[in-house]
Design a protein around this ligand. Sequence first.
Ligand SMILES: [Zn+2]
Length: 327
Amino acid sequence: MNYDDIIGHKTEIESLQRAIKNDHISHFYLFEGEKGIGKKATAKVFAKHILCKAKKDDGPCGVCSSCRKFESGSHPDYLEIAPSNGMIRKNEIDNLIKQISFSPFESAKKVILIDDCEKMNKESQNALLKTLEEPPSYINLILVSSNPKLILNTIISRAEKIHFKSINANDMVEFLIKKENIPLERARIISDFSQGSIGRAFELIKSDEFIELRDDVIRLVDYCIFGREYEVFEMSEKLAKTKEISENVLLILLLYLRDVYFYKFTQNDRFLINKDKVDLIKKHSILEFEKINDIIKKIYFTKESIDLNVNRELLIETLFFNIQEEY
Ligand SMILES: [Zn+2]
C-alpha cells in the first residue's frame, strides 16, 4: 500500500509528505471527514512512511525491513486500535498508554493509530489527554474520526487537523480505470452509484449482479410504462429477495429517474449516470416533471417502509404499479 493507492486527497497527502521531508511531523494528528473516503487508508500509508528506513520523500519504499513488517501486520512500533462492539474500552487505552512509555524497537519512531476514535468514552479520552500533554519525542499519534464532535475539545485543540473532503467523481473514475482496469463507461456507473464511498465502489466492482440488477430494474420501468405490468409479478420476488437487493433497486430507480428528469430539463445526455441507457431515458422523458417528482417521493416512502420491515415484495410491487399509473 502506498499513497497512489488512495483515491483523491492529493493536497492532504502532499502536506503529509512535506512534513516527512522537512522532518516536521506532528506528535498528534486528527484525520477527520466523512465515512468511507480513505482517512484510515491514508493514515496507514503515512504511518508506514514515518517508520520506513529508506527516508524517501514521496512515500514508503515498500522493501525495507520496516515496510515489510508493516505490510505483514507485525511491525513492533505500530499500534492500531479500533472499536469492538461499537466502543473502545478503557483498558485498551490504559494498555496503549503503557506502550507509549516504551521506546521503539525497530524504527526511530512509534506510530499509534486510533480508528473511529470518537468511540472512546470521556474517561478514556481524559486518560489519553494526560499522555498528550507531554508525549515522548518518538511518538506519533493519529486519531481518525468521521464524527469529531464527540471528541473532547481539549483533545481536538492539541491536534494538527487534516480535513478529508468527499471524493469527487473524476478522481474516483480515474482511480477505477487505473487500478481496477475497468472501462470508462463502467467506471462512471460504479462511481456514481457508490456516491463517494470507496468501500461501496469495490463491492459494486465485484458484483456482476449489480449491473444485471440495474438492467432488470430499468427494463421493468419500461415494461410498466408500456403496459406489460404482469412482468412486475414475475420479477418482484427477485427484486425483494434480500433487504440489500431492495435497497439497490431503490437506488437504481432513484438515479434512473434523476437521469430522466435531467434529460428532460437539459435535452443533453452529457451528464447522465446511465449513459448506456440513453435511448430508454429519452423515451421515458415524456413524463411531466411533477409526476417524476411524485415517483421520487414514492421511492423515498418505500425506502422508509422497508427500513420499518414492512413486506418488501409488496412494497416493490406497489412502487412499480405507481410508476405505471403516473405514465
Ligand atoms: Zn521502507
